[in-house]
Design a protein around this ligand. Structure first.
Ligand code: SF4
Length: 346
């Protein structure tokens, strides 16, 4: 497997340090960004590192913010703990505005039926427009403002273990001049310092440094950045729906308004977050934006009627803490009990 810290790469890093390069640590606030920043702090003088966060908007700070609350504070915390300068940037549009504009464009071109306005794993407009673009602009502005030499090593926390596509990315590359544009940048390198690390090694590195990962991991998320990522697994989407029910509602409404699902497989977020517990002689139970769905299976015969009712009561109680909605139905479809408590914490 490709290694982000081969002797050749480390020698090149040393040469660039001597030439005054700026090492930009792209920082989403997630575990990989954190482990990468810790790694960089051991290899590069701290005054040559910039921890840079592309904000996707948080509650209360940006309408329709789609990232986890307190992520910016988290980025500041982990960077200042290591004595590393931190900076942020933000696109001039939100994810929802970007999707709306794509929808309008597709309609104008008469391609709305065949194409989706949502970004996809193959065409990640969200990454290019909301992250990469603003980050590159901020790096150029930083170099110019601080009159740095114009050598940039852009560091990203991609890991081979995450996907077969990521495994194929070279951990060290020099970008061609025409790709970086002119201006303050003379040389631009892309480095994946933790490309070879496994998930448990990432968490171990964070612990070893005396830090904790972002709070959302403790609540069950396996990845950070957008709460509802186009590439998230279903379990993460359900966890995010439980933790951010108001934001979940915005996504559900946007899918309905566009008539297009965020996911490529055509399954709506509501469908993913909603499970129906059935099999009872008497009851079915439907709920959304509440937790632990993966555990609600009837693989063996048992008293389903009692279980469905007990589950309903349990989720109703949980909704007081996290928010959520659910209803208990008779098999004829009549609603016999319901709760709907939207986000006390969101
Ligand atoms: S976290 Fe997912 S949805 Fe958000 S910008 Fe990245 S790829 Fe796109």
């Amino acid at each position: 497997m490709a290694n982000g810290q081969t002797p050749e790469i480390l020698a090149e890093v040393q040469r660039l340090i001597k030439r005054g390069a700026l090492f930009v640590s792209n920082n989403s606030g997630g575990k990989d960004s954190q482990a990468m920043l810790i790694t960089l702090s051991k290899l590069v003088p701290r005054n040559q590192i910039l921890s840079l966060h592309a904000s996707l908007g948080e509650d209360g700070k940006h309408a329709q913010g789609v990232e986890w609350p307190d992520t910016l504070k988290w980025v500041e915390y982990m960077s200042s703990e290591l004595g590393i300068e931190v900076a942020t940037c933000q696109a001039d549009k939100t994810l929802f505005e970007m999707v709306d504009r794509s929808a309008a464009r597709l309609k104008e071109q008469g391609r709305y039926e065949e194409a989706s306005p949502w970004p996809s794993p193959k065409f990640r407009q969200c990454t290019s427009d909301l992250k990469r673009g603003p980050l590159e602009k901020a790096i150029k502005a930083h170099i110019k403002k601080n009159r740095l030499g114009g050598i940039v090593v852009n560091c990203m926390g991609l890991r081979a273990q995450e996907s077969s596509n990521r495994a194929k990315v070279l951990p060290w590359q020099r970008k061609k001049a025409k790709e970086t544009g002119r201006g303050a940048i003379r040389e631009w390198y892309e480095w994946l310092p933790i490309h070879h690390l496994k998930t448990d090694e990432v968490f171990a590195l964070i612990k070893e440094a005396g830090q904790k990962p972002h709070w959302a991991y403790e609540k069950g998320m396996t990845r950070l950045s957008c709460c509802f990522c186009i590439m998230a697994n279903e379990e993460d989407l359900r966890t995010a729906a439980r933790l951010r029910p108001n934001l979940f509602k915005l996504y559900v409404l946007k899918e309905q308004e566009l008539g297009k699902t965020m996911r490529m497989d055509g399954r709506s977020l509501e469908e993913i977050a909603m499970k129906t517990v059935t099999g009872s002689k008497k009851w079915t139970f439907k709920a959304r934006a509440v937790s632990d769905w993966g555990y609600v299976f009837f693989s063996q015969p048992f008293d389903v009627e009692t279980r469905a009712k007990a589950r309903f009561d349990e989720e109703k109680k949980r909704a007081e803490e996290y928010g959520g909605a659910g209803s208990l139905h008779s098999l004829e479809g009549e609603i016999v009990d319901r709760f709907s408590i939207w986000c006390p914490n969101d």
